[in-house]
Design a protein around this ligand. Sequence first.
Ligand SMILES: Cc1cc2nc3c(=O)[nH]c(=O)nc-3n(C[C@H](O)[C@H](O)[C@H](O)COP(=O)(O)OP(=O)(O)OC[C@H]3O[C@@H](n4cnc5c(N)ncnc54)[C@H](O)[C@@H]3O)c2cc1C
Length: 215
Amino acid sequence: MDDIPGAKGIGAVVIEKGSEGFSFGKRDHHMGFRGVASADMYFDDVEVPKENVLVAAGGFGKLMDAFDLERCGNTTMSLAVAQSAFDYVLQYSQERRQFGKSLIDFQAVQLQIAEMKMRLEAARLLLYRAVVNAEKGLPSIAESSVAKCFANEAAREVTGKAMQLMGGYGYSKEYPLEQKLRDAWGWGIAGGAIDIQKVNIAAALVGRRFNQRAK
Ligand SMILES: Cc1cc2nc3c(=O)[nH]c(=O)nc-3n(C[C@H](O)[C@H](O)[C@H](O)COP(=O)(O)OP(=O)(O)OC[C@H]3O[C@@H](n4cnc5c(N)ncnc54)[C@H](O)[C@@H]3O)c2cc1C
């Protein structure tokens, strides 16, 4: 936004689709998230009217604050995909019969269902804590990072277990589990990768930000 190098020069503008010089690259083909279009954006000498400046240079911290909220949205969607995988497999494990009894009657299956349930409840409570403590402001960086990170890992684990519990059908595109696993993986990359959330958590614990830059 000006000549200041690094983060201090970053701001935000609104650019309308169709503006001269603004174009999209080819559509990305992701493992999941097939319903969400994604592509590189190119800005070639695009002229931006002054009234489209949302955040001026020096407002990088303000932009980063928006992630405190985004993390909670990401947590919600991670949780939703994991919960739907769990609901599906809980039903399936009561209907599918092997060796003369339902899958749920095998103790090894019961333990997995219980572990999935615990992960889901913990993720949901961490999300509620971050949101409730925000009151009328933004959630804290620490609580939203803990919630996102936990939910992202839980979603990968729960959808993976759910898929496994469906055996060959879990791996088949005829059933919904493989899609849930693919979608679940993406939430741990989108909105700040899992490792970055862990860096946030450690930073909050010691009360300072860690410099991620080479210099
Ligand atoms: C499904 C999906 C949706 C997305 N939606 C959007 C969107 O709407 N808008 C948008 O702008 N972007 C979006 N992204 C991009 C996303 O924000 C980035 O992919 C993500 O922040 C990681 O950045 P990167 O891909 O450049 O990975 P890199 O920065 O190259 O990192 C790769 C890996 O290296 C490790 N790593 C990197 N830096 C550090 C560090 N400092 N400390 C510890 N570990 C580190 C992490 O394990 C990380 O996963 C989306 C991505 C996905 C997968």
